[in-house]
Design a binder for this molecule. Structure first.
Ligand SMILES: [Zn+2]
Length: 386
């Protein structure tokens, strides 16, 4: 198989996504939509690259996933070309994709990648770390101590779960192919034999891709603010405390007013299942004060602050404050207070959804809402925003 088609199969949109809440793999309805849109071809090798690299300012590039590749799976990276070296933020979700990122950077500049900043420990932002080290052995990995710890301790388990999920589906698809029976699933989920064969190849390559991940921890730790040597005045790394995860780092470029926020902001619904609603609200409030003009999220498109960042910050702040106030009143009637809180958050999130055109399906919205409500409620006692 040619290198290019192998790569396509690894990176083509997948039907399985990792659900961080249940820590398992689940079927993602958007793929069904995608298949309906593109027909059977959606499952086959595609010529398009899942990413494109945009120059946001002189020497500042963003690698962004391109539709119809689901942004939830294909993470963004920021590339900052300095005087003598390159600083890269986040390295994609499999080493093969990391290799491609390194090549994309080599097409931009001859300068070596000196720093890799990992915005947080989640697999889809760090699995390409080894791709950078392979080409630039002197590269320093920069992260929060908690990111380094979680990446090394929890990362391998989550990656193994993903590989196992692909293998499970591989077995199922193979069995279905061998049985040659009528496909009894609903029409929109049915696949042709050709589709199933393509899925078999993709699942096995994906599983192998996850098997090939070698977790790489920190060389430099950031617990507060830091500008790496050579990037003083140009790039500021800001550790924002427990938010999306315990070790989030935002990347601030004061001259260009560009802010890379990682997954503190997500297109759709903020995910705080590995972190904190209150903490994310605090982090966003802190970052909002910087006065960014351009916000690059960990997934999805580059935005001005008013399209996604500020509405999401407002939503989380309001939910956290409301949880705090409701729980104060809830000493005698916890259940009643929770019910009112739940209803209010539902109204708030529906408004948020309507005004931000947040990209999410019903199931994702329902899950996001439930996580937000229960987590904010659990966090509220003794933890208010002010
Ligand atoms: Zn994440």
């Amino acid at each position: 198989m040619s290198r290019k088609s192998l790569y396509d199969l690894i990176t083509a949109p997948t039907q399985l996504i990792y659900n961080e809440k249940t820590r398992g793999l689940m079927l993602r309805p958007p793929l069904l939509v995608l298949m309906a849109t593109l027909g059977a071809g959606a499952l086959h090798a595609q010529d398009a690259d899942p990413w494109r690299v945009d120059e946001l300012a002189l020497g500042v590039h963003a690698s962004l996933s391109v539709p119809p590749y689901p942004p939830s799976l294909y993470s963004n990276s920021l590339i900052i070309v300095g005087q003598r070296s390159v600083l890269l933020v986040d390295t994609r979700e499999v080493p093969r994709a990391g290799d491609d990122l390194v090549r994309a950077i080599e097409a931009i500049t001859d300068l070596p990648i000196r720093y890799v900043v990992n915005s947080h420990w989640h697999w889809d932002h760090v699995n390409g770390n080894q791709s950078v080290r392979a080409v630039f052995p002197d590269v320093s990995f920069v992260m929060h101590p908690e990111t380094s710890r979680l990446l090394l301790e929890e990362g391998p388990g989550r990656i193994a779960e993903r590989a196992a999920g692909h293998r499970r589906r591989l077995d199922e698809t193979r069995a279905r192919l061998a049985a040659d029976a009528e496909d009894e699933r609903p029409e929109e989920e049915r696949m042709t034999r050709e589709d199933m064969r393509a899925l078999v190849v993709r699942d096995s390559t994906r599983a192998e891709a996850y098997d090939s991940v070698v977790p790489i921890g920190a060389d430099e730790l950031v617990e507060d603010r830091w500008s790496p040597p050579g990037f003083e005045g140009r790039v500021e790394l800001i550790a924002t405390g427990l938010g999306h995860t315990p070790g989030d780092i935002a990347v601030w470029l004061p001259a260009e007013r560009i802010l890379f926020v990682g997954d503190l902001i997500e297109d759709g619904f903020p995910y705080t299942g590995d972190g904190s609603v209150l903490g994310t609200a605090r982090a966003l409030r802190q970052l909002s004060a910087l006065g960014a003009v351009t916000v690059v999220p960990g997934h999805g498109s580059v935005e001005s602050p008013d399209t996604l960042f500020e509405p999401q910050a407002r939503l989380l702040t309001t939910v956290a404050e409301l949880a705090c106030a409701s729980r104060d009143d809830a000493l005698t009637d916890q259940d009643g207070a929770f019910e009112v809180f739940h209803r209010t958050v539902r109204t708030l999130t529906e408004d948020y959804r309507a005004t931000t055109a947040a990209d999410m399906d019903e199931a994702a919205y329902a899950r996001g809402l439930e996580t937000l409500v229960t987590q904010a409620w659990e966090e509220a006692p003794g933890a208010c925003l002010a």
